[in-house]
Ligand binder design. Structure first.
Ligand code: ATP
Ligand code: MG
Length: 546
């Protein structure tokens, strides 16, 4: 299509526009008329990663591999990453890749010195559902707005839930797990709680009943496992480890890749996506203001990001957009990975500075509309017909525009991506087990704990004289009414949902103390009172305190 002269001029333009003075992720090589030009590398400066990004494309076009490619290079640069592994195909990032003719020819094509290499990796799993170190959050820190989203509550129900939190806060009743929350609602609608309920105003018995039913169904669906303690301390996602031996010079660090393994909860997107937003809010709250850095402190990748937004309310979307905007100044980058940019709300999309757009398909009129919309958001290109290009790039190729180090959008570049050096497949199950067992996070999170909280306190009130002893690890079953459970009583979830909790109760004291000394203690300190930080999270997520 273009003359040699034009091609040379464009190659020069791209080389100059994508050049960086600081460290950068090597995405790949510019493609002109189907041929790669390794002398025009397409790179993403580390300094603009907190301006966020988007990886999009039809199924099978290479989105997840792009995510893997970017994350492994960030690790090499000492930047920790957090990946949502929805399909389980990212765990291979822990292991060296396998060479093949395809990999070799791609590498040669784009000027990549390919050598197999895995990254230091943690596998995490929500409440231990699936293969991973269990991660949990307390109900208090989750907050009513996020919980309302997971439960798909109406506006009235949501504000009622917020009132329940408010009351528990004031009454000094820690809400650690779902049973605590149920106990508080049950109390409020019980004869003993009548005065409290009237004092609150605005919570009807009928709505309370609905909330109880929703919470029960939620717990039955398996959510119980990941509400509680020890709560994940987001600082544990910010780790680096020394680069071992050959690869790194003295003192060189690798960023730890934390993969949240989600295949086991794939069918419950509202659950895990809300957890992810909690994580973002926690990061916002816990990390200091740093402004723009040479390289980010953490990059957060949401694969299958459409799951975050399907069916979300306008409010919720606005809250996400705000969190994404605010977390930038904490040195945290967010990369959304999804099939079509139109999967993301406009106000979120508008904040994504860099884009790696794999091929889009235009089979249906809706596809065609999405394609036009996508093309229109790209900087105008003299070189390409963006719409045509978007439907024609090959697998592992993409239409790229990033922010330069000066914050200026780079010219649109058809890019053939490098091949990830880690394994492009799930890590074998025994490798996954090995990684989980060897994790330094096991000591902190491996064993669930069950402290005295709203459930215990309220149950005591109604069934026994108050005790004074602090017995954080005491089994809740000691306190549970032994018989006569009616649906109005606070109930423990049936044991089939929490086998690990029950088995874990009589753990040896030193293990318990170890846990209490670490994240559990911190999370208690945070959840015991309505700390300033908590107020901020709650205000991000739009909860008005009265
Ligand atoms: N950068 C790359 N280097 C080498 N091979 C690649 C690259 N990108 C994609 N591929 C090939 O394309 C296949 C599909 O890629 P990938 O799994 O990333 O697609 P996807 O867009 O995430 O698909 P889905 O929407 O189904 O999740 C890979 O298994 C791999 O064989
Ligand atoms: Mg994928």
């Amino acid at each position: 299509m273009s003359s040699t002269h034009e091609t040379t001029a464009f190659v020069d333009e791209v080389r100059a526009a994508y050049a960086t003075s600081g460290p950068a992720v090597q995405l790949g090589a510019l493609v002109v008329d189907g041929s790669a030009h390794p002398d025009a590398p397409v790179q993403l400066p580390l300094s603009v990663l907190n301006r966020h990004g988007l990886v999009a494309g039809a199924t099978g076009t290479g989105k997840t591999k792009t995510l893997q490619l970017v994350a492994e290079q960030l690790s090499t640069h000492g930047v920790p990453t957090f990946l949502t592994d929805v399909k389980g195909d990212l765990s291979g990032i822990a292991l060296p890749g396998q060479s093949s003719d395809r990999v070799a020819s791609r590498a040669a094509d784009v000027g990549q010195q390919w050598a197999p290499a895995g990254c230091p990796t943690e596998l995490l799993a929500l409440g231990g559902i699936g293969t991973g170190v269990p991660v949990r959050a307390t109900i208090t820190s989750f907050g009513p707005a996020l919980l309302a989203r997971v439960l798909d509550l109406s506006e009235v129900q949501s504000s009622s839930l917020a009132l329940v939190f408010h009351w528990a806060d004031r009454a000094g009743l820690p809400l650690l797990d779902l049973a605590d929350l149920r106990a508080v609602i049950t109390h409020l609608v019980s004869p003993e709680g009548r005065a409290d309920l009237e004092g609150l105003g605005g919570l009807s018995k009928q709505t309370a009943g609905v909330l109880l039913r929703e919470l029960l169904a939620f717990a039955d669906g398996g959510a119980d496992a990941f509400f509680g303690e020890p709560e994940l301390d987001v600082h544990d996602l910010l780790r680096t480890v020394p680069a071992d031996g050959a690869g790194g010079a003295d003192g060189e660090q690798r960023g730890v890749v934390s993969c949240l393994e989600l295949p086991a909860v794939q069918g419950r997107p509202a659950l895990f996506s809300t957890f992810l937003l909690w994580l973002l809010a926690e990061l916002f709250e816990e990390l200091p203001e740093v402004g723009d850095l040479d390289k980010p402190k953490l990059v957060f990748f949401f694969d299958e990001a459409h799951l975050l937004f399907t069916g979300a309310s306008r409010d919720f979307v606005a809250q996400v957009a705000q969190t994404v905007r605010l977390v930038r100044s904490k040195g945290v980058g967010v990369v959304f990975v999804t099939q079509s940019p139109t999967d993301l709300p406009r106000e979120v999309l508008a904040q994504l500075g860099s884009r790696v757009q794999h091929a889009l398909r235009a089979f249906t009129p809706d596809d065609a509309k999405a394609l036009r919309a996508t093309a229109s958001t790209y900087p105008k290109s003299d070189q390409y017909d963006t719409e045509a290009l978007l439907t024609s790039v090959g697998t592992g190729e993409a239409v790229v525009t990033v922010l330069s180090e000066d914050g200026v959008p780079t010219p649109v570049a058809w890019t053939r991506l490098r091949a990830p050096q880690s394994l492009m497949a799930p890590a074998p199950p025994e490798e996954q087990q090995r990684i989980v067992a060897a994790s330094p996070l096991q000591a902190e999170y491996g064993t669930p704990i069950d402290r005295d909280s709203a459930y215990e306190r309220l149950t005591r009130k109604t069934t026994a004289p108050p005790r004074t002893a602090e017995a954080p690890e005491r089994s809740r079953d000691d306190d549970a009414p032994s018989s006569g459970d009616s649906s109005d009583e606070p109930q423990r979830p049936s044991s089939s949902h929490t086998p690990s909790r029950r088995r874990a109760e009589p753990v040896d004291r030193s293990a318990v103390e170890q846990v209490l000394g670490s994240s559990a203690f911190r999370s208690f300190a945070r959840s015991a009172a309505s700390s300033l930080g908590r107020e901020i999270t709650r205000s991000i997520f739009g909860v008005r305190r009265r």
